[in-house]
Design a protein around this ligand. Sequence first.
Ligand SMILES: [Zn+2]
Length: 375
Amino acid sequence: MFLLESHLSAGPFHFKLAAHDGRARAGIFHTPHGDLLTPVFAPVGTQGTVKGVTPAQLSELGASLVLANTYHLYLRPGEKRVSDMGGLHRFMGWQGPILTDSGGFQVFSLADMRKVDEEGATFKSHIDGSLHRITPTKAIQIQEDLGADIIMTFDECAPPYDRSYTESALRRTQAWAESCLSAHTRTDQALFGIVQGGVFPDLRERAAKWISALGFPGYAIGGLSVGETKHEMNSMLEVVNSILPEDCPRYLMGVGSPEDLVNAIGLGVDIFDCVLPTRLARHQEAMTLTGRLKLMNAIFANDPRPIDESCTCYTCQTFTRTYLRHLIIAREMLAGTLLSIHNLFTLIRLTGMARQAVIEGRFSDFALRFKESYT
Ligand SMILES: [Zn+2]
């Protein structure tokens, strides 16, 4: 471990790297709505709400950064309406830092409902079939109206194994990154560039070099956790993180299983988001640092223990497995809320433990112990 005073000024944004342990990093990212202690996990609030959890509960469980989806908020209620209501922080009642994606991932997930050209993407709304067009300039305008602290360039997430398509998508993503930079006007928002390139090391290398040269205050790594193997994901992270500037935060988009978090932190990633904890909660599954529990299972019918005896979240401090299983069977909405609180707390706790291990110079030991006990 060593201390490194790295500074990058971008208006009110400032990333300070406090410690290294191998490639793992611990840092502080200052934003206009508060500091992020990295590595950090961001709960996902797709529609401007983390499903089933109030902002007060999010604060209590230790969330610092929340993600909202540009595509969804653009379609409903519309970015102008959010802006009229005072911006996203005021609208959703979350005063901490917010990150919005560019909408690219959702648009490109629409498959046969969208058409891509060199200037942008035209697509049909999944809500009412109406026709829409997002260009890099439009993606920035929407995100400026929404008003998150961290915003993303418009990128194309290509199928990871199709090399020729990935190459053409990469050309568009690079051109779009430049358009996004010129369109971006708000100095109270940090615009992150995105590295794509599928599972191809040379394309990832090219993308990372190219995007780094544009001098963004932070970088996202996209197009991973979309069907590739763990080995492929790790190889891509190794290539990309050896190129991205040390003094900027690195955000691995859409990754959030405990084992992937620990792996990626070990490879130098600082920021994560994923729907997994709240999605699993709605499917009656609890995440723990040793594996998952399906609470519907009959073995929990008469079990006085909390989900995780080592957990200090509100759910574990208050309720038994028997009670939670009862709520699930009785189809009570509180079940989803209590499980979401616990699952989110588990990932936030895990990133906090990893951060402490980096600061104390024992990250590899921490990661090894985690992997040995996680099933
Ligand atoms: Zn808990």
